[in-house]
Design a protein around this ligand. Sequence first.
Ligand SMILES: *Cc1c(COP(=O)(O)O)cnc(C)c1O
Length: 457
Amino acid sequence: MKDLQYWVEKGQEMMADRERRIKRARHWKFDTVATHGLYDLSQAQNCHSGSIMEPVYLSSAQAYQNSAEMEAALSYQIPTWAYTRIANPSNFYLEETMALLETYGSDIEASALSTASGMAAIRTATDPFLIKNTELPNPNIVVSAKVYGGTFQQFWVRRHKEEGLDVRWVTNPMDINDWSSKIDAETRFLYGEFPSNPSVAIFDIEKIAELAHSNNIPLLVDSTCASPALTRPLVHGADIVIQSASKVLAASGTTIVGVLIARKNIVSKVGSDEMKADFANWTKLWPFRDNGPALHPMGAFLALNDIRSLRSRIKQMSDTAMKVAHFLEHHPMVDKVYYPGLKSYEAHELACRYMKLVDTDQNMFSYMMSVEIKERQDGDSINTRAFYDGLEMIWRATDLGRVKTVATLNAISTHQQQGKQGRLLAAIKPNAIRISVGIEDPDDIIVDLEKGFSRIT
Ligand SMILES: *Cc1c(COP(=O)(O)O)cnc(C)c1O
């Protein structure tokens, strides 16, 4: 009889098979994990008509054979996806792959949750730590000020101004005292970007993770601009990693996707034991389900397809970015270039410690740099705009991590809404241009940059 017991046993078989596939993937190198994840022949034959690629499930819901299976599924006693707002088979494959890649090279256990955007991942990852607690009535969070403009807006406008949360900015994330002096008994978590968008600032992940844990709180790291091909913050002690998979993970630029990846058994002053035991899964089954920032399965499929070639793409982009950074650094119309691979970069040694092409000993520094154009006395962005408007092949857009090179004038785009004060806090100057290097030939990128410089009069 297919009663509850029958389905629970079936569910245990599925879990055991999943464990087998995880074990198999743990023996592989990074490229192999990125290419296959947990999708194997048994999955293909038993569940997907033999399809060699992970299928896209554009179905809103999953059907059950009888009431007992439905009961087992909806009480979360067996693996299920139920309804695409909660979960979806296509999204599972993306999540499993990301959990494996972010823990690659370690025996850390982690799980992941995909969301409709990177911003949704940040909201989803931080909400559970900000719940009401009468013993800690005035929660605060300690956040690096060197963060993406959207992240600044979410923390400052939504969390602080609208919801009254005490948000404490760390203006110099390299300085441990700047972090520690802002932490008190009511701090719920620490948050930083590695490296930051657009100023390419970094911090010592291991030291800040230790600091967080000594205060019984988690460290959350947005590692979008490094990607797991270079830096895996969980391996360095972070508790939760945020990826805007819209960027270099889905470098073709065909979708918006967020992922949060959490180690098992995180520390936190608030939340249930279940939440701490498996943050990503718990969040998926409870607040995420109720709040609804689910990822469309097509987005998971598009991201997964690009992730397969992440490592080789990061290698090519990093090699090209290094050439572009050297070219810019020596150009007479440039004041300063911020790129972790340059000797002139203030935290170059730290960058070398944390940014290595996975499965090699080679330092690589990713695709993003910030360049400050030499300005005239009489205007804070006249030369900068002339250069920017003179680019022909390089796209003018608020985007990054693309296979195509993109340049962004941050003061009027990503950091426009913060106003002068906010830009000062994040150290965004009017003559700063963020360049996200793609996979074109470096010579052609440099020729295009020359065209921009030739417009400065
Ligand atoms: C783009 C970006 C985000 C936001 O991601 P979306 O997918 O655009 O919502 C968050 N963090 C960083 C570092 C980013 O570059």
